[in-house]
Design a protein around this ligand. Structure first.
Ligand code: FE2
Ligand code: FE2
Length: 156
């Protein structure tokens, strides 16, 4: 399976998509906290499942390729620790289940954590990935896309 997007472009498209979901969640929580509870709950579920798939394809495919090509183990260790923190917030959100002040606070916390993590991926990891030779980002993008499709199929 091939793709036009390279690995960094594919991962960043996910980052942008989930950012839109966070913005929409926050807008609804502010504008219509009571009326939008069902919609926020659906958004929270979508945010959690998309981030879970995204983190898994990074951990299975992208980060190991970066470790091999860059030897930047400390940076990758840090990114994986941030994934762990995000997974704990995701588990808490999923445990709350229904939208309300508690879920709103957790989603806002997750949004901030992800924003910081994404900034580091963009500014540091993607920049390094693009500058190192011997890393075929287009081939890697194809592998990410294929695995993403499998995992999304399992969740559906
Ligand atoms: Fe990540
Ligand atoms: Fe990412």
């Amino acid at each position: 399976m091939t793709t036009d997007k390279d690995a960094c472009e594919l991962l960043d498209a996910d980052h942008i998509a989930v950012k839109h979901l966070f913005v929409e969640y926050a807008r609804l929580a502010m504008a219509a906290p009571a009326e939008s509870a069902g919609e926020r709950q659906a958004l929270a579920e979508k945010i959690c499942s998309e981030l879970t798939v995204h983190a898994q394809i990074e951990e299975e495919i992208f980060y190991p390729a970066l470790r091999q090509a860059l030897g930047a183990d400390d940076l990758i260790d840090e990114a994986e620790a941030e994934h762990q923190q995000a997974k704990e917030l995701i588990a808490q959100i999923q445990a709350v289940g229904a939208a309300g002040p508690q879920m709103d606070d957790l989603v806002a916390l997750l949004a901030r954590a992800i924003e910081q993590h994404v900034k580091e991926e963009r500014d540091v990891l993607f920049t390094k990935a693009r500058s190192v030779s011997g890393l075929d980002l287009v081939e890697l993008g194809g592998k990410l896309k294929e695995r993403q499709g499998e995992l999304q199929g399992q969740l559906a």
